[in-house]
Design a protein around this ligand. Structure first.
Ligand code: CTP
Ligand code: CA
Length: 235
């Protein structure tokens, strides 16, 4: 896509996007992490700058991605650090996009020194739930604490199971999270993680659903920002 052909529909908007995976330490050398590359979040950041937004990425662990021109990056490691950064930045953000893979759980305690073989070998890792950053942002807006925030976007990586198919899970996640847009990636064999393309749906809070056909993360970013822009310009 030629840069000069892009709409400048996000001019004047401040956008915060999370990207990559959080890492939850277990001891000084080990952590619980995930395979998120951060590519979708960085693709969104790059394109949003080109469309006129002022953009900050709150980045957990990512593949070694180049920082797009004009994008500010705040690096974090844990979910708790990501939470603090997002809450601070969202106070000035028109748009908050939660593309990061936030660890749902963290070890209850972090060993001060390396866990060793020998005596007292662990057989399990006690975990505690991490705060749901997206749900907290939505709640803060409900309570009037985020007066400038107009669009909150969540991501969901879903597989079908006995409980229901991808879309069924996604609809109930949108109802639970109550964000304005939910980007749903169908995952499973080789999809979404560490690859350059995604497929899924875009669910809006008003019930509108559109398919996101298999495409590059850049094209996906463009479709997501189109939806963000339409929420901005119709509300
Ligand atoms: N998310 C978040 N904080 C968490 C977990 C998730 O902000 N502790 C955000 C993610 O960044 C994403 C959205 O919530 O935008 C949905 O994440 P997902 O893992 O699909 O949802 P969960 O509520 O964690 O449900 P699940 O049990 O399916 O993992
Ligand atoms: Ca999760």
């Amino acid at each position: 896509e030629r840069r000069d052909s892009l709409p400048r529909d996000l001019t004047g908007c401040t956008l915060v996007v999370t990207a990559g995976g959080t890492r939850e330490p277990l001891d000084p050398v080990r952590f619980l992490g995930n395979r998120s590359s951060g590519k979708q979040g960085f693709a969104l950041a790059r394109l949003a700058v080109q469309r006129g937004a002022s953009v900050t990425v709150v980045a957990g662990a990512t593949a070694e991605l180049p920082v797009p021109a004009g994008v500010r990056v705040v690096n974090v490691t844990t979910a708790e650090q990501m939470r603090k950064a997002v809450h601070q930045l969202s106070e000035r953000a028109d748009i908050v996009i939660m593309a990061a893979a936030v660890a749902d759980f963290r070890p209850v305690s972090v060993a001060e020194s390396k866990i060793k073989k020998g005596n007292d070998e662990p057989t399990s890792i006690p975990l505690v739930k991490n705060p749901d950053i997206l749900a907290e942002v939505v709640k803060r807006r409900d309570q009037g604490e985020l007066p400038v925030t107009r669009v909150i976007v969540g991501f969901a990586a879903e597989t079908g199971d006995e409980q229901g198919d991808v879309l069924t899970h996604a609809r109930s996640k949108l109802n639970r999270k109550r964000c304005d847009l939910l980007v749903v990636n169908a995952v499973g064999e080789g999809k979404a993680f560490e690859v350059d393309s995604n497929m899924g749906w875009l669910l809006k809070a008003d019930g509108t659903e559109s398919a996101l056909p298999l495409s590059s993360k850049n094209l996906m970013a463009s479709r997501i920002l189109d939806a963000v822009s339409s929420v901005l310009h119709t509300s």
